[in-house]
Design a protein around this ligand. Structure first.
Ligand code: APR
Ligand code: PHB
Length: 401
C-alpha cells in the first residue's frame, strides 16, 4: 500500500498528526500495535495547555472537550501546612488550562479520523522501518490475524510510537544523542469514585512525600502520591493509599474524601531527550523523542506542539516544495522541548521529597516554594510555563468539517 506519510503509533502524536495532515489534503496511514479499546481505555494524565485546547478547537475535534473538560484558572501549592494559589489566568493575561483526560482526546481523534475515512491499522505486529535515508521509505508490518507481512510505501515516516517503539532505534546510534535523568521518585496514581473536593489542582510538598489532588469529573477524582519507583502496587491497599493522602494534603478543617478506588498503578519518572528528531525521511514526534516527568503536565502538550510543526513543514513541502521548515524541524522542536524539560525538572525537584537530601536541601526547597508563592515575578514564571509557552510556528487552520 502507498501513502504520503506513514505514521507509526496511534497515541496523541500520531492521531493528531494524521488529523492535521488530512485537513491540509495530505494522506497518511497509521499503524498501531494495540487495539482500539486499549488505546481508548489507558488512563494517563489530563492537563491541556491553552494552545493545545485552541488547536483541538480550531481543527474541529474540541466539541466534547469543551462540554466535558474542566477549565481551571489556577493551581494551588501546599507546603508547611499552608496552601497558596497561583492565579495563572491573572498572571498570564487570561490564559487557562483544561483538565480533560488524555484517553478522551484519543477517543475524539480516533472518531474524527475514522469518520473522515482514515486508514488506522490496529493490533499490528513486528513493525520495522526500511530505507529511511531514501525518498521512498518503507514500513513493514504484520497486520492483525495475518501471516504475510505488508508494506507501507511512503514519502515520509512519522515515528510517533512512544518511548519503547522501534522508530527512534532506527536512527543509527552514532547519529543520535540521548540525554536523560532518572528520578528516585515514582507516582502511585488512583482513580476514585468520590466527589470533587477542590475546584483546582493541589500540588503538595509534604515531609512524607509529594501528593497531587486532581480531578476528572465532579464524581471521579484522580490523585497521586510519591512512592518508591520500585514499589509494588500490591503493597498498597486502598486504606493505606487513603491514609497517606490524608497525611499529605489534609489541613485544619479540610480533608479529602475517601471512596472506592477504581484504578491504581505506579509509574516511574524520567526526563529524556533524543537529539536529533530527524534522520533522512524519518521524523520522531512525542514520547518517541522525549519524556518529561508528569509534575509539569507537559507530556501530551509537547507531543501536540511537535506535530503542529511537523504538519506545517510537510504542508509547505507538499504545497510549495519548500523544505526549510522540515529541515529545521528538530531544531525548532528541541528549543521548546528543552524549556519544557527545564520546567518539568524544576517542578519535580521543588515538589518531591528527596529522602537522600540533607535538611539543608529540604529547606532550600521550602524557600523556593516560599519565593514562588510570594513573588509576583516568580509566580508569573511558573504560570506562563504551566499554561504553555508560545509556539514558535503558528498555523491557522480554516477547517471545513
Ligand atoms: N508498532 C506500532 N505502534 C506502536 C509500537 C510499535 N512497535 N510501539 C508503540 N506503539 C504505539 C503505542 O501502543 C501507543 O499507542 O505508539 C503509541 C504511542 O503513544 P504514546 O505513548 O501515548 O505517545 P505519544 O503519542 O507521543 O503521546 C505522548 O502520551 O504517553 C503519554 O505522557 C505521554 O502525554 C504524553 C503523550
Ligand atoms: C492528572 O490529572 O492526571 C494530572 C494533573 C497534573 C499533573 C499530572 C497529572 O501535573
Amino acid at each position: 500500500m502507498r501513502t504520503q506519510v506513514g505514521i507509526i503509533g496511534a497515541g496523541p502524536a500520531g492521531l493528531l498528526l494524521s488529523h492535521l495532515l488530512h485537513l491540509q489534503g495530505i494522506d497518511s496511514i497509521i499503524l498501531e500495535s494495540r487495539s482500539r479499546e486499549e488505546i481508548e481505555g489507558t488512563i494517563r494524565a489530563g492537563v491541556l495547555e491553552q494552545g493545545t485546547v485552541d488547536l483541538l478547537n480550531a481543527t474541529g475535534v474540541g466539541a466534547r472537550m469543551m462540554k466535558e473538560g474542566h477549565v481551571h484558572h489556577g493551581i494551588e501549592l501546599q507546603f508547611n501546612g499552608r496552601r497558596h494559589r497561583i492565579d495563572m489566568h491573572e498572571l498570564t493575561g487570561g490564559k487557562k488550562i483544561t483538565v480533560y483526560a488524555q484517553h478522551e482526546v484519543i477517543k475524539d481523534l480516533v472518531a474524527a479520523r475514522l469518520e473522515a475515512g482514515a486508514k488506522i491499522y490496529f493490533n499490528v505486529k513486528d513493525v520495522s522501518l526500511h530505507q529511511i535515508e531514501s525518498s521512498s521509505p518503507i514500513i513493514q508490518f504484520l497486520p492483525e490475524n495475518a501471516t504475510d507481512y505488508e508494506e507501507v510505501n511512503c514519502d515520509f515516516i512519522a515515528g510517533c510510537d512512544g518511548f519503547h517503539g522501534p522508530s527512534r532505534q532506527a536512527i543509527p546510534a552514532n547519529l543520535r544523542v540521548e540525554k536523560q535523568k532518572i528520578y528516585p521518585f515514582g507516582w502511585l496514581g488512583i482513580l476514585a469514585k468520590t466527589p470533587q473536593v477542590n475546584p483546582e489542582l493541589i500540588y503538595s510538598n509534604h515531609e512524607r512525600g509529594f501528593a497531587l489532588i486532581s480531578t476528572r469529573s465532579p464524581e471521579i477524582q484522580r490523585h497521586y502520591i510519591q512512592v518508591d519507583p520500585k514499589d509494588d502496587i500490591a503493597n498498597w491497599s486502598d486504606d493505606r493509599i487513603w491514609s497517606e493522602l490524608h497525611a499529605r494534603v489534609d489541613m485544619d478543617g479540610w480533608s479529602i474524601l475517601d471512596g472506592p478506588i477504581i484504578q491504581k498503578n505506579i509509574v516511574s519518572m524520567r526526563s529524556f531527550v533524543c537529539e536529533t528528531m530527524r534522520y533522512g525521511n524519518l521524523f520522531l514526534a512525542g514520547d518517541a523523542a522525549h519524556i518529561v516527568p508528569p509534575t509539569g503536565a507537559k507530556g501530551l502538550n509537547l507531543a501536540a506542539a511537535d506535530v503542529q510543526v511537523l504538519a506545517k513543514g510537510l504542508s509547505e513541502y507538499y504545497h510549495s516544495g519548500e523544505e526549510d521548515l522540515l529541515n529545521r524541524y528538530s531544531e525548532i522542536c528541541l528549543r521548546r522541548i528543552w524549556k519544557a524539560q527545564r520546567f518539568s525538572y524544576w517542578m519535580t525537584t521543588m515538589l518531591h521529597r528527596n529522602f537522600e537530601h540533607s535538611s539543608f536541601e529540604y529547606n532550600i526547597q521550602l524557600a523556593e516554594l516560599d519565593y514562588v508563592t510570594s513573588s509576583q515575578a516568580a509566580a508569573t514564571s511558573l504560570a506562563e510555563n504551566y499554561v504553555g509557552l508560545p509556539m514558535e510556528i503558528q498555523t491557522n487552520y480554516s477547517i471545513k468539517i
